[in-house]
Design a protein around this ligand. Structure first.
Ligand SMILES: Cc1ncc(COP(=O)(O)O)c(C=O)c1O
Length: 379
């Protein structure tokens, strides 16, 4: 057994990020400014995004996107029941109504047929979540959106970098929200990015910083003017330069970290082939970001999911569960009367799923410990 705890998803940081942060701290400008602009530019270049706006979180990016699109009371937003709570909370924050639908059994992504069936005359937005980094099947979702004149806002918290056909997630004109939370494929400790058309991103930039016509860097930098106007009651969602500096270092090594993730996912896949587990897949024609490696225990497994988590914990191996379905949370049950039994695919997955350690710095020896511990319990 390991003598040290193996965390589920620690950050992969080194001297490059430290040097960027120190440079920012010494520069005399620590909040949103030049590092943030450089990070946005480098991110947009990487994904061929039309434009990018760095924000304080993916939640902030989703909220800003819905607010800028003018989504509000009376509107419905269709999204996945198998996601993190903030995907749905932002719909509540703009006063709209979340409409949950079930997921597809292989990818755990929004089921396009369920989306089509959920559209009403109140629907304004479809909000797909790229679960675990595997891109949603965007073609049928785009077709539904075009047919009913709906917006698509993507929750790409897990999907950096991911590709659907020859398009990166975040390459299109529609709003796409990424997360740089501490466990994500690229981290700034806390942070996010919103991509979309240049016109949309400029509106989002204003909305994300008090609705002010000029941000502080433009006002305080040499040649800047003190004057600004408030054009809407905006949010305070900007990303400070100190954190954007971490992102600049992370972005430079993203390809390397992704290579590690892909290799580790492939090793899990091969070494678990004979176990009573459903392994995550990568459909043909897509590139997953492999943010998570969620396995689902089959009926033939000798122990249940909760017991497996406990035993792996006792063997010093960290795990997590993605996700508790939204309709299991008391707030949503009480507000909308959602009940168990409404979304059978997600509910079945929730009973069986556990995410194993996977990160950009996972080495073969540590992963071998995970594989051995899982095999000990399930082989
Ligand atoms: C699917 C999904 N959406 C949104 C978020 C929110 O991201 P953030 O913490 O950057 O707001 C998360 C966070 O883990 C997530 O998993």
């Amino acid at each position: 057994m390991r003598d040290r705890f193996l965390p589920f998803s620690p950050p992969c940081l080194d001297d490059d990020e430290i040097a960027e942060v120190v440079e920012s701290l010494r520069s005399g400008w620590i909040t949103t400014g030049p590092k943030c602009r450089a990070f946005e530019q480098a991110f947009a270049n990487k994904l061929h995004s039309p434009a990018a706006l760095a924000l304080s979180s993916c939640t902030a990016a989703l909220h800003t996107a819905l607010a800028v699109l003018g989504v509000g009371p009376g509107d419905e937003v269709i999204t996945s029941c198998f996601t993190f709570c903030s995907t749905v909370s932002v719909i509540e924050h703009v006063g709209a109504t979340p409409i949950l639908v079930d997921v597809e059994p292989d990818t755990m992504n929004l089921d396009p047929a369920a989306v089509a069936a959920a559209v009403t005359e109140r629907t304004r937005v479809v909000l797909p979540v790229h679960y675990g980094g595997h891109p949603c099947d965007m073609a049928p979702l785009r077709e539904i959106a075009a047919r009913h004149d709906l917006e698509i806002v993507e929750d790409a918290a897990h999907a950096l970098p991911a590709r659907c056909g020859d398009q990166w997630i975040g390459q299109g004109d529609n709003p796409v929200a990424f997360s740089f939370y501490a466990t994500k494929n690229l981290t700034t400790a806390e942070g996010g990015m919103l991509t979309g058309s240049p016109a949309f991103v400029e509106k989002a930039r204003v909305a994300s910083l008090h609705g002010m016509s000029k941000d502080a860097w433009k006002r305080y930098d040499k040649g800047g003017s003190w004057f600004y106007e408030v054009v809407m009651p905006g949010f305070k969602y900007n990303l400070p330069d100190v954190l954007a500096a971490i992102g600049l270092g992370q972005l430079r090594k993203l390809d390397r970290m992704q290579e590690r993730r892909r290799e580790a996912a492939a090793r899990y896949h091969d070494d678990f082939a004979d176990l009573p587990l459903q392994r995550p897949l990568e459909r043909s024609g897509v590139e997953s970001a492999w943010h998570l490696y969620p396995v689902r225990l089959l009926d033939a497994a000798p122990i249940g999911r909760n017991e497996l988590i406990e035993r792996l914990g006792a063997a010093n191996i960290g795990t997590s569960v993605h996700f508790i379905p939204i309709h299991f949370h008391p707030y949503y049950r009480e507000k909308y009367g959602w009940r168990e039994g409404m979304f059978p695919v997600a509910e079945d997955a929730f009973e069986r799923v556990v995410s194993l350690p996977l990160h950009g710095g996972l080495n073969e020896a540590d992963q071998a410990d995970v594989i051995e511990a899982v095999r000990t319990e399930l082989a």
